[in-house]
Design a binder for this molecule. Structure first.
Ligand code: COA
Ligand code: AMP
Length: 634
């Protein structure tokens, strides 16, 4: 029997009385003091969700399932394709681990409101550390392992953590990444002095510990007593997650406790169509928003089994890695980035691994993190024979805002669109004068205030920056930073960013931030970085540099130094490998670099000559510089 879609009525209900709609959704959680009010609107138009309600998010993700008699149900499956280790943790196991980890942290004097920076590979201890912070009301800030020391230092200075939790190493195909030297360097660079660190020694590499500051994780854990959950108000911060802004300074996106927990609990059955006890796998990293929400918090709050995968889509050991995990752990619904599917498709165009071994009981594949190109979606749909659903969100939003809500019975998808507005979100596409643009035409994608629960509350200690970044461009709206259109049937098509953020293999980077690093090279007079189309990663950064007049060193050598600088200061995650020297950069008469024109040239197109260009010959200079440049995906 085909299920009739409840999506239109639920969507209408969510906007008619948002407070009541989300108060009802909040009933699925265990509150210490249940909220009586859905939200109060702040002077800036944003909402404080569930004021007066008190709860603990860790209690809702872990302890309450044990209390309800489900302690033996599997909470977490750790599958490391890097080491071959598979470990299962029941809710009872997770409770024990998390309570002791919280005790270990509390023994250092860390408590409610203190920040804890987590710089860890994809190991279960990283998940336990996040939940342990939530247990104590400490605010965690997880930093992705692919960021370099200087980036880590920026986050340390902004969050001012009382404790850093890290590991001796991460594992990448063919190499061990020593995390501790990166951490030591970050701690040295940072102005804020972190008093304590706890280091997990992995068997692949032992880290040297600094007496007085560094503690051995396992020794400290063995000595720790279990700590209970601390009551928090709904609006207390749960975590800060740094993401790229338009400058080199990362934005510390703050998520609250109650609103976030309610939205995530709601999303699992209603968006993903996943029920308590089923297996949900998000192949991402805990350092990203997807990892926070859909490896850790949402599946556990919903009482599902979550898979924590340490590996890659290809090469660990082959393009069948994902399907092996899906079969072995009986994954019901799977979530990854389009780039991962492109990587698989590139190595296994025929879908041989899928044909040979099958995909078990998998019933849907969700994609997000970057634009899902129709070729990739069509390939996955054809080879897997299940719905492939593109959906859209941002670190700031914390959970999907555009999707095809499978759990509400919605089915229709449209190539090139990330779906329709999720209940709670009211989208519009506006022009520069803040007017609605006719359906089908492109403009700024905004979301009308107030935002639903689960979304950011501010930027850490930067309220003014928060307002300037998100609430000022279009009054009464949250500006997403994306451009796109809404078609006649309500499908939203996200076309790209309106700022200088680029998306590299589902990772968000600021070209402005990369330019700042390059510009500091002593031989560079000026530079431009653009995101060029890449068959695997969606986009890769490509740099053009103009050398200072008196420079006599070989341009090739300078280019290599520039690449190394970006890798050392920003991190390997930037995938910055293409840079060329040009005699000049195309600029407008007012001196603005014509980045869109450079981007077209980098993509091999022939852009028409911009009317505002100061020196048309600059285009030839860039064309020459770009010829012969190879991109990592080539
Ligand atoms: N710690 C240290 N280094 C890391 C790292 C980590 N946690 N994660 C990645 N890196 C390094 C990689 O080793 C690589 O280094 P290299 O330049 O020496 O090769 C570099 O950072 C870029 O990594 P990555 O983006 O993973 O590219 P890749 O070429 O190794 O693999 C894909 C390409 C498509 C397979 C990979 O990008 C992928 O799996 N993407 C999925 C994206 C995703 O899950 N996004 C989350 C948002 S939903
Ligand atoms: P992040 O905060 O790292 O998740 O990046 C969010 C940005 O990634 C969005 O603002 C978009 O530019 C892009 N993005 C994420 N998902 C999609 C999608 N499904 N389609 C198009 N762009 C996407």
């Amino acid at each position: 029997m085909t299920k009739v879609s409840n999506y239109p009525s639920v969507y209408a209900e969510s906007l008619a009385d948002p407070g009541e709609f989300w108060l009802q959704a909040a009933e699925c959680l265990d509150w210490i003091t249940p909220p009586r009010t859905g939200f109060v609107q702040r002077a800036d138009g944003m909402a404080d969700w569930f004021p007066g309600g008190t709860l603990n998010v860790c209690d809702n993700a872990v302890d309450r399932h044990v209390r309800a008699g489900n302690g033996t149900r599997t909470a977490l499956i750790y599958d490391s394709a890097m080491t071959g280790i598979v470990r299962e943790f029941s809710y009872q196991d997770v409770q024990e681990q998390v309570a002791r980890t919280a005790g270990m942290i509390a023994a250092l004097g860390v408590g409610k409101g203190d920040r804890v920076l987590i710089y860890m590979p994809m190991v279960p201890e990283a998940v336990f550390a996040m939940l342990a912070c939530a247990r104590l009301g400490a605010v965690h800030s997880v930093v992705f392992g692919g960021f370099a020391a200087a980036e880590l230092a920026k986050r340390i200075d902004d969050a001012e953590p009382a404790l850093v939790m890290s590991a001796s190493c991460g594992l990448e195909p063919g190499r061990i990444i020593a995390y501790k030297p990166l951490l030591d360097e970050a701690l040295r660079l940072a102005g804020h002095k972190v008093p304590h660190s706890i280091i997990l020694q992995r068997p692949q590499l032992q880290a040297a510990l600094q007496p007085g500051r560094d503690r051995d994780w396992n020794a400290a854990l063995a000595a720790a007593a279990a700590a209970p959950c601390v009551p928090l108000t709904s609006t207390d911060p749960l975590y800060i997650l740094y993401t790229s802004g338009t400058t080199g300074i990362p934005k510390g996106v703050v998520h609250d406790s109650g609103g976030y927990a309610v939205a995530l609990a709601w999303s699992i059955p209603n968006i993903y169509g996943v029920q308590t006890g089923e297996v949900f796998w998000a192949a991402s990293d805990i350092g990203w928003a997807v990892g926070h929400s859909y490896i850790v918090y949402a599946p556990l709050i919903a009482g599902c089994t979550s898979v924590l995968y340490e590996g890659k889509p290809v090469g660990t050991p082959d393009a069948g890695a994902f399907w092996r995990v899906i079969r072995q752990h009986k994954v019901d619904v799977f979530f990854t980035a389009p780039t991962a599917i492109r990587a698989i498709k590139r190595e296994d165009q025929e879908g041989t691994f899928i044909k040979r071994d099958g995909i078990g009981q998998l019933r849907a594949l969700f994609l997000a993190g970057e634009r899902a190109d129709p070729d990739t979606v069509a390939w996955a749909q054809q080879k897997l024979g299940i719905p492939v659903i593109d959906h859209w969100w941002q670190t700031e939003l914390g959970w999907p805002a555009l999707a095809t809500c499978l759990g509400l019975g919605a089915k229709e998808t449209r190539f090139g669109s990330a779906g329709m507005a999720v209940p709670g979100y009211r989208f519009a596409v506006l022009d520069e004068a803040h007017q609605d643009i006719p359906l089908g035409e492109q403009g700024d994608i905004v979301i009308k205030l107030p935002l639903p629960p689960g979304t950011l509350t501010t930027l850490w200690r930067r309220d003014a920056h928060f307002h300037a970044s998100y609430l000022t461009a279009h009054p009464g709206c949250y500006t997403t930073g994306d451009a796109g259109l809404i078609d006649a049937d309500g499908f939203v098509h996200v076309m790209g960013r309106i700022d200088d953020i680029i998306n590299v293999a589902g990772h968000r980077l600021s070209t402005g931030g990369i330019e700042q690093i390059i510009a500091a090279h002593p031989d560079v007079a000026e530079c431009a970085v653009v995101g060029a189309a890449d068959a695997l990663k969606g986009m890769v950064p490509v740099g053009l540099i103009v050398l200072k007049a008196n420079v006599t060193r070989a341009p090739d050598l300078i280019c290599r130094e520039v690449v190394e600088r970006v890798r050392t200061e920003l991190g390997p995650v930037a995938a910055f490998k293409s840079v060329a020297v040009t005699a000049q950069l195309p600029k407008t008469r007012s001196g603005k670099i014509l980045r869109a024109t450079i981007r077209s040239l980098a993509d091999g197109q022939s852009p028409s000559l911009p009317a505002t260009i100061e020196e048309p010959r600059a285009l030839d200079a860039v064309r020459t510089a770009l010829s012969g440049l190879t991109k990592p995906g080539d």
